[in-house]
Design a protein around this ligand. Structure first.
Ligand code: FAD
Length: 227
């Protein structure tokens, strides 16, 4: 597999434990929205330690962005990434994953599972044709608390009422919500997406549960794409 050596240009916190990394785009580097790359930190002791991360920039941006949650308790790559400053160098593989975006549909994300969808939705928001596709799409985005929600303002701006945010353990008075049959049937009715693809991304248990519910609500398994 081919790896490219690239430089971190900028970093910022997206939430308390999720950081955005803006990287120089290597010459000739290409990816499609929804794809991911293997990333390693370019130091002698860490360059073999690759981990998968989805692109969150859109295909035609002049930079590459990743949005990465850090797990200090793993003492692994994401803990090290958290400490990196602009100027540090990363190795990124060529882009991976075959079937990514299949057209407007229902996006269901849990936590950092939003990342491949950010690339897709950001790309769509840039063209008139794409914005029409956004109007025919719906996002259901579940997080533990409000503090954990990545890019909430931007997603609300792009999708308006077609973005629904739920939290399972709210910090405030808000009602805890989980993805269940009632919620899913309401979303399917509200989004009017019959026959359109459903895209799922998040922790394995979350994805399995959401998939089961979609199928029990009559969504064809062939129209469900797991990221
Ligand atoms: C296709 C794909 C795309 C992804 N895209 C993104 C993305 O865009 N953004 C994002 O944030 N994440 C993404 N992820 C998840 C991301 O790859 C992992 O969070 C990352 O690999 C974790 O790396 P790590 O080295 O920090 O920890 P790990 O590799 O998970 O663990 C390092 C070590 O810590 C130990 N460990 C594991 N779990 C625990 C635990 N619970 N407590 C203590 N120790 C533990 C293990 O022994 C392991 O050796 C993606 C995953 C996939 C498969």
């Amino acid at each position: 597999m081919k790896f490219y050596n690239t430089k971190i240009l900028y970093t910022s916190f997206e939430t308390h434990n999720v950081k955005r990394f803006i990287l120089e785009k290597p010459e000739g580097y290409e990816f499609n929205p929804g794809q991911y790359a293997l990333i390693a930190i370019d130091t002698p002791e860490l360059k073999e330690e690759t981990r998968p991360f989805s692109f969150t920039s859109s295909k035609d941006d002049s930079i590459i962005e990743f949005t990465i949650k850090s797990y200090p308790e793993h003492n692994g790559v994401t803990a090290r990434l958290l400490q990196l400053e602009p100027g540090s160098r990363l190795l990124i593989s060529e882009s991976r994953r075959m079937d990514a975006y299949q057209g407007p549909g229902l996006f269901i994300a849990g936590g950092t599972g939003i990342t491949p969808f950010l690339s897709i939705l950001r790309g769509l928001s840039k063209t008139t044709e794409g914005r029409k596709e956004l109007e025919q799409s719906f996002l259901l985005f579940s997080n533990r608390t409000e503090r954990d929600i990545i890019a909430q303002k931007e997603l609300s701006f792009m999708l308006g009422k077609r973005a629904r945010f739920i939290v399972t353990e709210p910090d405030n008075e808000a009602k805890p919500e989980r993805i269940n049959e009632d919620l899913m049937s309401g979303i399917l009715k509200q989004s009017n997406l019959s026959g359109k693809p459903a895209y799922l991304c998040g922790p394995p248990g979350f994805v399995e549960e959401a998939k089961k519910m979609l199928i029990s609500q009559g969504v064809n398994e062939k129209e469900i794409f797991l990221f």
